[in-house]
Design a protein around this ligand. Structure first.
Ligand code: SAM
Ligand code: SF4
Ligand code: FES
Length: 349
């Protein structure tokens, strides 16, 4: 089957076989350009030209897990740890609102210092202070906790499954279980959150076959938001000498998922912008419609080091807001107004 025919099928049926996805992941030259152009026009048709901004608040760099790739892993004794207190988190959310953000993403390592009650209180305080949507990105918790956060006012939840290859998952996530992560994602969806999930591109040992399976799993989980980013080796982790993930495969995965879930929200991730100075722009031109600038103070940004060389690390939040807006306008797009709920979610509701 030719790439052109596969793209036509994807546009009409929003489903592809694993082999068809693999062919798209390996497309080069004109075929690759056609994939990107098709994804860009599907993006335009289904979610328009607006690019929605999310204010990212990384509120704790403590983590109980030991993911092999991540600078925040608990075995990294050189990691700089911090915890923002409740009022400080609420203040940063208010500041994000004043800068024009209508969604804040509360992200952290898996830090059990923040109890169910504390997180509910933070969510309620933010919701009663400013009119923003709240996305949580805090990892695995119990059903009861996810329910309490939703009842307290959380709207969305982001948690990548990282890789659908169970062997690789086990290897790189000691003490964690793939099955539990998937169960959490299903609970989150059933509780009525907008569900965000996705995977890392370029984990050592990952194959094109694995990536095709990852794409199919995002589709199967019926994600409303899709977060895909290249792996970037961190010098204080066991994967320090591994090769970084491919920007090209990241862009192709974004494009393919835009075809499979045309009305999802898909960010052009910071990791993509870190490996390629034009990475976020390229992402926005092949299917992405979201950017998540950091709104924290510099002091915290420097300490939340998942991987080295992160873009914007020395820029203050106001500068990033202006910078990202000019990038969006330079692409002939506009900054989205309002909370930018996923149309995929809205349609299903
Ligand atoms: N702890 C929560 C979790 O794991 O879901 C949320 C925060 S975690 C830092 C957010 C994402 O960072 C992870 O899903 C992972 O894919 C990504 N990440 C961690 N280390 C990375 C690295 N070295 N390169 C690229 N992305 C990385
Ligand atoms: Fe912790 Fe998330 Fe990093 Fe894993 S990816 S070590 S869970 S912060
Ligand atoms: Fe942060 Fe450009 S978006 S400096």
């Amino acid at each position: 089957m030719k790439v052109k025919d596969i793209l036509e099928k994807a546009c009409y049926e929003n489903i592809l076989t694993k082999d068809e996805i693999k062919l798209l992941l390996m497309a080069e030259g004109d075929d690759k350009e056609l994939l990107f152009k098709t994804a860009d026009s599907v993006r335009k048709e289904h979610v328009g030209d607006e690019v929605f901004l999310r204010g990212l608040i990384e509120f704790s760099s403590y983590c109980k897990n030991d993911c092999f790739y991540c600078g925040l892993r608990r075995s990294n004794s050189q990691a700089q740890r911090y915890r923002m207190q409740e009022d400080e988190i609420v203040e940063v959310a208010k500041r994000a609102y004043q800068m024009g953000y209508r969604t804040v993403v509360l992200q952290s390592g898996e830090d059990m210092y923040y109890t169910k009650d504390m997180l509910c209180s933070i969510i309620k305080k933010i919701k009663s202070s400013v009119d923003v949507a709240i996305t949580l990105s805090i990892g695995e918790r119990s059903y009861d906790e996810y329910k309490a956060f939703k009842d307290a006012g959380a709207d969305r939840f982001l948690m990548r499954f990282e890789t659908s290859n169970k062997k690789l998952y086990r290897k790189y996530h000691p003490g964690m279980s793939f099955e539990n992560r998937i169960e959490c994602l299903k609970w989150i969806k059933n509780l009525g959150y907008e569900l965000g999930t996705g995977f890392l591109i370029g984990l050592p040992g990952q194959t094109i076959d694995d990536l095709a399976q990852d794409i199919l799993l995002v589709k199967e989980l019926d994600a409303d938001m899709i977060g895909i980013g290249p792996f970037i080796p961190h010098p204080q982790t066991p994967l320090k000498d591994a090769e970084e993930g491919s920007v090209d495969l990241t862009l192709k995965s974004i494009a393919i998922l835009r075809l499979l879930i045309p009305d999802a929200n898909i960010p052009a991730t910071t990791a993509l912008g870190t490996l390629d100075p034009l990475g976020r722009q390229k992402g926005l031109m092949c299917g992405a419609n979201i950017v998540m600038p950091n709104v924290n103070d510099l002091e915290y940004k420097l300490k939340y080091e998942l991987y080295p060389g992160k873009i914007c690390i020395n820029e203050d939040a106001t500068k990033c807001r202006g910078c990202i807006e000019s990038i969006i306008v330079s692409l002939g797009r506009k900054v989205g107004q309002g909370k930018g709920q996923s149309r995929h979610y809205k349609r299903a509701a």
